[in-house]
Design a protein around this ligand. Structure first.
Ligand code: UD1
Ligand code: UDP
Length: 378
């Protein structure tokens, strides 16, 4: 029996963890024991607990309650808390997801204690070093024993960085491995979209007609650290909405809500568009239904642009670059940054194109591939 510690902290990681957690409980409970550590990076009910309840995740064995703070402070508190846990209880490995400060903290704490790191969503790159996530994912990849790449692009990125030619040896005598696993979020979309169809009435509650509304999510620092950029995005959205007479549903991330609250003079007027429906962050089943039924998605989220692709909904990507380049290459997404004209142009281009959505993100069994590979790790 291998004992693993799954470390999560931010909304997308709690959701991603559901794929492995369910697969372990359903198929591998005699070979893997999983414990969960929540750093507490996200803590509002609608950014954390709602996902444990809805996705049937066990209550974390550890919750560090770290909360918000500067990068250094937040990461340091997490490293200290994770180290304590890893020093008091034996684990055969830790599972880390993605690229948040919780990922970075887990990687630093475990690597210094010589505990193998299994990194899910390895190899993604934006090649933009001003993104905190780029720093986190590059460090975590370097320290990981198995790098679970969701796409061939991610594998290629790792090869370009020498991961197949340079073989650092860990204390247990193993070297790093790359595994093209597919994307656990594709597993999750398949599993939970069916449940969402049965249980979730968000489109009815909001009185939305299928393919008649736009879904928008915005939270990246590149768009929310500068109020003039965020204002341009909202102005472009308001222009499109009034031309198309389409509602824009905006489940607002707390980071974005904070900026709007601080800059009421700038945003009060822009956000008064009768087409805008600003709502608190929604649950996973609810966002799946919104992504599936939207005419188009506008987002700077990594997870949301991909889920939109799974549901064959085109996406204006509110960033200068994306780690999910396949979406852009297949014409299902257009990079528009926070540029007013590019956003409006991208909307019209996508709304008037016929787009193909091939299965680019695995076969829906990424979690099983990952667990088998962890079990085989010696
Ligand atoms: C973090 C991740 C980002 C990920 C995002 C998912 C890092 C560096 N960034 O960004 O990669 O895409 O999560 O949503 O790890 N806040 C609340 N309530 C909460 C959580 C946050 O009000 O439950 C507010 C606080 O004001 C906080 C701000 O949001 O300062 C930012 O939170 P933080 O966790 O630092 O980063 P995110 O922007 O959420
Ligand atoms: N999500 C959600 N409710 C929302 C917005 C997003 O459940 O109101 C989900 C979304 O479906 C995706 C994940 O959160 O699975 C993405 O998280 P986020 O956009 O915060 O971060 P990113 O993916 O950019 O790191």
């Amino acid at each position: 029996m291998k004992k693993l510690l799954t470390i999560i902290g931010a909304r997308p990681q709690i959701i991603k963890a559901a794929a492995l957690s369910h697969t372990i409980r359903e198929k591998f409970s005699s070979q893997i024991q999983e414990k969960i550590l929540h750093t507490g990076q996200h803590y509002d009910n609608n950014m954390s607990q709602v996902f444990f309840d809805e996705l049937d995740l066990p209550t974390p064995d550890y919750n560090l309650g770290v909360g918000s703070g500067s990068h250094g402070h937040q990461t340091a508190m997490m490293i200290e808390g994770i180290e304590k846990v890893l020093m008091t209880e034996h684990f055969d490995g830790i599972v880390l997801y993605g690229d948040t400060n919780s990922t970075l903290a887990g990687a630093v704490a475990a690597s210094k204690l010589h505990i193998p790191i299994f990194h899910v969503e390895a190899g993604l790159r934006s090649y933009n070093m001003s993104m905190p996530e780029e720093v986190n994912r590059m460090v975590c990849d370097q320290l990981s024993s198995i790098l679970f790449a969701p796409t061939q692009t991610a594998v290629n990125n790792l090869i370009k960085e020498g991961f197949e030619t340079i073989h650092p040896t860990f204390k247990d005598g193993t070297t790093r491995k790359i595994c093209l696993s597919g994307d656990v979020m594709y597993d999750n979309a398949q599993r939970f979209a069916k449940i969402a169809e049965q249980r979730c009435d968000i489109t009815k509650r909001l009185k939305l007609e299928a393919k008649q509304f736009i879904l928008a999510t915005i939270h990246r620092p590149s768009n929310t650290d500068d109020s003039s950029k965020l204002a341009l995005i909202f102005k472009a959205l308001a222009n499109i909405a009034s031309q198309e007479k389409a509602q824009v549903i905006i489940p607002l991330h707390p980071r974005t809500a904070k900026l709007i609250d601080q800059e009421k003079a700038i945003f009060g007027n822009i956000l008064s568009s009768p087409y805008f429906r600003i709502i608190p962050p929604v649950s996973f089943l609810e966002i799946l239904m919104l992504e599936k039924n939207a005419k188009l998605v506008m987002t700077d989220s990594g997870g949301v642009q991909k889920e939109a692709f799974f549901f064959e909904t085109p996406t204006v990507i509110l960033r200068e670059e994306t780690e999910w380049v396949e979406i852009v290459e297949h014409g299902a997404g257009i990079l528009a940054g926070a540029d007013y004209c590019k956003i409006v142009d991208a909307y019209h281009k996508l709304a008037n194109s016929t787009i193909k959505y091939p299965p680019l993100f695995g076969n829906g069994h990424a979690a099983e591939t990952i667990i088998k590979s962890i079990i085989a790790h010696e």
